[in-house]
Design a protein around this ligand. Structure first.
Ligand code: HEC
Ligand code: HEC
Length: 144
């Protein structure tokens, strides 16, 4: 039986030996494989449904930018636009309501699930959320 309230929720990576590893336990090569197998297809589907003309094909560069060439996949990244750093995303909802809703309602839950991580909680101010990908005005925010 799956324990949905247990974390890491899913043993996410199954290696060649059939060993199940959580995201935190994976080495760099396993993380790349997990990104290619689990994250990229889901992100491609989500962004393509949202704006087919703009996101008809996506690859690792969508989130990591030049990271692919330099083998630096660290997140959050300056490749993505910086966000306001406001806990309740006021400025983001005002300026970019559509992408903010998409991210909050679909991208963040999809990513948390595929990585087996908790989603960001306003109460603890930790977990996987906007600032797992984006920087704030002065750099990383909320423990990222
Ligand atoms: C939808 C956005 C997105 C796409 C597309 C994506 N990644 Fe990632 N990637 C992330 C995020 C977010 C993290 C950080 C996860 C965490 O630890 O919080 C990450 C982390 C990684 C890491 C671990 C970095 C480290 O320092 O441990 C590697 C390696 C990686 N990605 C490789 C890839 C590769 C290769 C591709 C293409 C096959 C890819 N990613 C596509 C969002 C993405
Ligand atoms: C998995 C990585 C990831 C996460 C998590 C994420 N974003 Fe993004 N965000 C992106 C990518 C990739 C783009 C560029 C593509 C696009 O325009 O959507 C982007 C673009 C944006 C933009 C567009 C800015 C502009 O100038 O056009 C806004 C606003 C934004 N994100 C807000 C958010 C908010 C708010 C959250 C949390 C609810 C969030 N993002 C979570 C990856 C992410």
């Amino acid at each position: 039986m799956t324990c949905w309230s247990c974390y890491p929720r899913t043993a996410v990576y199954v290696g060649t030996e059939g060993k199940r590893l959580a995201w935190a336990e994976m080495n760099l090569a396993q993380r790349k494989m997990h990104m290619r197998r689990e994250i990229l297809p889901r992100a491609a589907k989500l962004f393509r449904q949202w704006r087919p003309e703009r996101f008809s094909t996506i690859d690792c560069r969508l989130c990591h930018g030049k990271g692919q060439q330099t083998d630096n996949f660290g997140m959050p990244t300056a490749h993505l636009p910086r966000l306001s750093g406001k806990l309740l995303l006021g400025p983001e909802f005002e300026k970019h309501p559509e992408t903010t809703r998409l991210k909050l309602e679909r991208l963040v839950p999809m990513m948390s699930e595929a990585l087996g991580l908790r989603s960001f909680s306003i109460i603890t101010r930790t977990g996987f959320g906007c600032y797992s990908c984006h920087l704030g005005p002065d750099g990383p925010k909320f423990g990222n």
